[in-house]
Design a binder for this molecule. Structure first.
Ligand SMILES: Cc1cc2nc3c(=O)[nH]c(=O)nc-3n(C[C@H](O)[C@H](O)[C@H](O)COP(=O)(O)OP(=O)(O)OC[C@H]3O[C@@H](n4cnc5c(N)ncnc54)[C@H](O)[C@@H]3O)c2cc1C
Length: 381
């Protein structure tokens, strides 16, 4: 189905992203996987292309595109390569940076944004703790006031870009008695005393990223590192999570669509019983089913992208897009593995890695159960 949401400017941008990925990223994918992380050259190259500054005002080094469709195009193209790139770039440019743009004063913007745009400063966001990620209001990391400073103590886990970030946006409890209304956000420079990276975690998939545990052992930050008003961190997270969930939905869909296209080609090429496996009615019906699921899902996600471009995306629609696309993605990829037969289980085949990489999408960015809880609440249940 012809997509109506992108114009020629978006398509020109898409072509430039593709060129960049072909030239400067794809040749290094195996190295990223071996090192369990994107290297700094990747970030600096993406910064030079202007891909990290789409949300950043021009006066602070970005392009402030002011049109979320550019973010969506970037996310789609990264996802066609693999799941890890949009996750890592998304956490930095599409998830953490917006907090630093919208909740900060000019002094803070000048300190963080120009380098975030160039890739000299890579960011991460630390919400999840070993004790729990779904119940954010119960987080235990504390920030205790000491004069003009704050002392942060606690730990975070599963943090994307955690092994290499220069700045982590940390959610910490500032008013113990106030639960959700007692959480604040701090931008923590990872060179500060008391901050340390624990294990870079051994994941089932997405080998190219340095998802890590972070420890805060009495990290002293200044009052100027508080992001947004005191005790409003939970509200801010709720405001910014829809963009994270939409980005996740765009990634899930583009990733599954790409692997499905490659699987259709495989079904044309691979022979069994003297004919292409795609000519068996079972394979035809299966692939017809899967492309329909992708196309119908794309129609909904595109409407969400348009709504978000007009600042009209509701948290409930973002939740629907997130859980649905992750389910579709996982279903589609599981069938794609099946179509590849034994090769589908071999890591040297993209489909196998894609299948492993995708499993997490039903868990992160708010698990699918939490998404359905939000939707159920909206039904008045
Ligand atoms: C690879 C990876 C990268 C990640 N990156 C980041 C990151 O950059 N920053 C960050 O802060 N976090 C990150 N996360 C954490 C992620 O967001 C959490 O794993 C997720 O929110 C779930 O939290 P949890 O793992 O503590 O599971 P839990 O909260 O312990 O939940 C366990 C299970 O119980 C279910 N459950 C919980 N509560 C309910 C309920 N009320 N009703 C029904 N079911 C419920 C959940 O859906 C889940 O199935 C990442 C995770 C992974 C795996």
């Amino acid at each position: 189905m012809k997509r109506e949401i992108y114009d020629e400017d978006h398509e020109a941008f898409r072509a430039s992203v593709r060129q960049f990925l072909d030239r400067e990223v794809t040749p290094h994918l195996e190295t990223y996987a071996e090192h369990h992380g994107l290297d700094r050259d990747f970030w600096l190259a993406a910064g030079r292309q202007g891909f990290l500054g789409l949300e950043i005002p021009e006066e602070f080094g970005g392009s402030e595109a002011g049109d979320y469709r550019f973010n969506a195009v970037l996310t789609e193209e990264l996802a066609k390569v693999n799941m890890t790139l949009p996750s890592c770039v998304g956490i930095h440019a599409d998830i953490t940076v917006p907090y630093l743009v919208h909740l900060t004063d000019d002094e803070q913007k000048a300190r963080w944004l120009p380098k975030a745009a160039t890739g000299e400063l890579v960011t991460a966001i630390g919400m999840t703790e070993p004790g729990g990620g779904s119940d954010l209001a119960n987080l235990r990391t504390t920030a205790v006031r000491d004069g003009d400073d704050w002392i942060i103590s606690g730990s975070k886990t599963f943090i994307t870009n955690g092994g290499s970030a220069d700045l982590v946006l940390v959610a910490a409890r500032t008013s113990p008695e106030k639960k959700a209304k007692g959480i604040s956000l701090f931008a923590v420079d990872t060179t500060l005393d008391g901050f340390s990276v624990g294990r870079v975690l051994d994941k089932v998939g997405q080998d190219e990223s340095d998802t890590a545990e972070l420890a805060f052992d009495g990290v002293r930050v200044s009052g100027a590192d508080l992001v947004g008003p005191l005790d409003t961190g939970f509200i801010s997270m709720m405001q910014f999570l829809p963009q994270e969930r939409l980005g996740s939905a765009i990634t899930n869909l583009a990733h599954a669509k790409q692997i499905l296209e490659e699987t259709i080609q495989y079904a044309k090429d691979r022979q069994a019983f003297g004919q292409p496996i795609g000519s068996f009615q079972n394979t035809q019906f299966l692939l017809a089913d899967l492309v329909t699921r992708i196309d119908v899902t794309e129609a909904f996600v595109d409407q969400c992208v348009l709504a978000h471009t007009k600042s009209e995306l509701t948290p409930v629609d973002a939740a629907k897009a997130k859980w649905w696309t992750s389910q579709v993605q996982n279903d589609v990829l599981d069938h794609c593995v099946q179509v590849h037969g034994g090769y589908g289980f071999m890591n040297e085949y993209r489909v196998a890695r894609a299948w492993r990489d995708a499993r997490v999408t039903k868990i992160w960015a708010g698990s699918n159960e939490i998404m359905k809880m939000l939707i159920g609440r909206d039904l008045g249940l």
